[in-house]
Design a protein around this ligand. Structure first.
Ligand SMILES: Cc1cc2nc3c(=O)[nH]c(=O)nc-3n(C[C@H](O)[C@H](O)[C@H](O)COP(=O)(O)O)c2cc1C
Length: 370
């Protein structure tokens, strides 16, 4: 009913708000014996955290997770894992002036309409702060995928505003190319096409200076996924991946493979021919317009999906709105907001994809022929 849990065999439950004490995740279904430390969790948390570069929110939180249960002597025990992350840099006073106003494009009005009142500080539970604990659950899920079938999930930015990256093969993009430029400098936009990344960075800085924000598209690729993950019919892999991605804040579209472009293709253009793999035994497809899933079940080809992320709604310029009594008002949201959500969205999207795949791998394991 309350919608705070996700997944079946690998199940996460989160609680927490942007400006409360902190956020917690309980992860059920993790097999025993997987090495897990705070340092492991920090890798992706540092990619998600605000304050990591000059083009993201300046909220400065170290995001130090505390493993409360489910890990003994550095390995998962098989019992439920609880991980807590304290909020340490919330400036609730920043939100005092918009307490009774509805930010256009944000969740203020709908939370009030649903609950009758809301925690207005930093967006409460609608804030992307909640995703910090999903990212740690994603680290655990990624470990399961790596151990179970050598699986890997890599996300990166393919579009910001009208600037598009040129990616020849999504399955070949490495985490290093996403995080680092050729000269060793951090790739703060997380776009592996260096030329596009430079143009994107410049556009973000320009639009931020204009007091506005920008949207874009993230691409997430899962490689090594064996055929057979996904259930008929409501729990199709593509349905659960879409739910996982749409559960993240600011996502307005999800597509797989040829996606919306398939609307203008002929069947003969969109079909992927089946061929024998390198060993002459396993079956693969010559192209991957199906995005790695057929009938909602993984085909063994890389899973390729894209999420459209809207421009940040909180912007430091006057916008028309109303207060909670319906009186016309003007609102401006200076605060510490990301001018473009894409660079920090990447680890969140990878986490949700890894969580769904770990869930379906564990579920599929129960259905093997005896
Ligand atoms: C990485 C990330 C950071 C975000 N930071 C902000 C922010 O600083 N200010 C803001 O207004 N919205 C931010 N959002 C988006 C809001 O959380 C989101 O738009 C809001 O909850 C309304 O939900 P909806 O856009 O899914 O309808 C962020 C989203 C993501 C993915």
């Amino acid at each position: 009913m309350a919608g705070n849990s996700f997944g079946q065999a690998f199940r996460i439950t989160t609680a927490g708000e942007s400006h409360g004490v902190g956020n917690v995740v309980i992860i059920d279904g993790v097999p025993p014996g997987i090495p897990l430390s705070v340092e492991d969790l920090m890798v992706d948390l540092n990619r998600r955290r605000p304050g990591q570069s000059k083009i993201v929110s300046s909220r400065d939180e170290p995001d130090e997770p505390e493993i409360i249960s489910g890990v003994f002597e550095g390995r998962t025990t098989g019992t439920s894992i609880a991980i807590f992350i304290r909020n340490t840099d919330s400036r609730s006073q920043d939100y005092g002036t918009i307490k009774d106003l509805y930010r256009p494009g944000h969740a203020d009005y709908t939370y009030d309409a649903k609950y009758g009142f809301r925690d207005h500080r930093g967006g409460g539970r609608s804030s992307a702060r909640e995703t910090a604990v999903r990212v740690v659950a994603g680290v655990v899920a990624k470990k399961i995928l790596a151990k179970a079938f050598g699986g890997r999930v890599v996300g990166y930015v393919v579009q910001i505003d009208d600037i598009r990256a040129n990616i020849s093969d999504p399955a070949e993009v490495t985490p290093e190319a996403v995080e680092e430029l050729a000269d060793g400098e951090p790739n703060i936009v997380r776009c592996p096409d260096a030329k596009a990344a430079a143009a994107m960075k410049e556009r973000i800085e320009q639009v931020r200076a204009e007091g506005d924000s920008l949207g874009g598209v993230a691409e997430i690729v899962a490689t090594g996924v064996p055929p057979g993950l996904g259930e008929p019919v409501f729990d199709k892999l593509k349905a659960d991946l879409a739910k996982g991605l749409f559960s993240l804040p600011a996502v307005l579209g999800v597509e797989y493979g040829s996606g919306f472009a398939s609307a203008t293709m002929r069947g003969s253009e969109n079909n992927d021919a089946f061929v024998s793999g390198d060993a002459g035994k396993e079956i693969r497809t010559a192209s991957n317009r199906h995005g790695g899933m057929l009938g909602g079940i993984s085909s063994g080809m890389p899973i390729v999906l894209r999420a459209a992320v809207k421009p940040t709604s909180s912007i430091p310029r006057d916008q028309d709105t109303v207060d909670r009594h319906g009186n016309a008002a003007t609102i401006s949201t200076p605060g510490r907001h990301d001018p473009c959500l894409l660079p920090r969205f990447i680890p969140m999207a990878e986490a949700m994809v890894a969580i769904v795949l770990a869930d379906h791998w564990l579920r599929n394991r129960q259905q093997q022929m005896l």
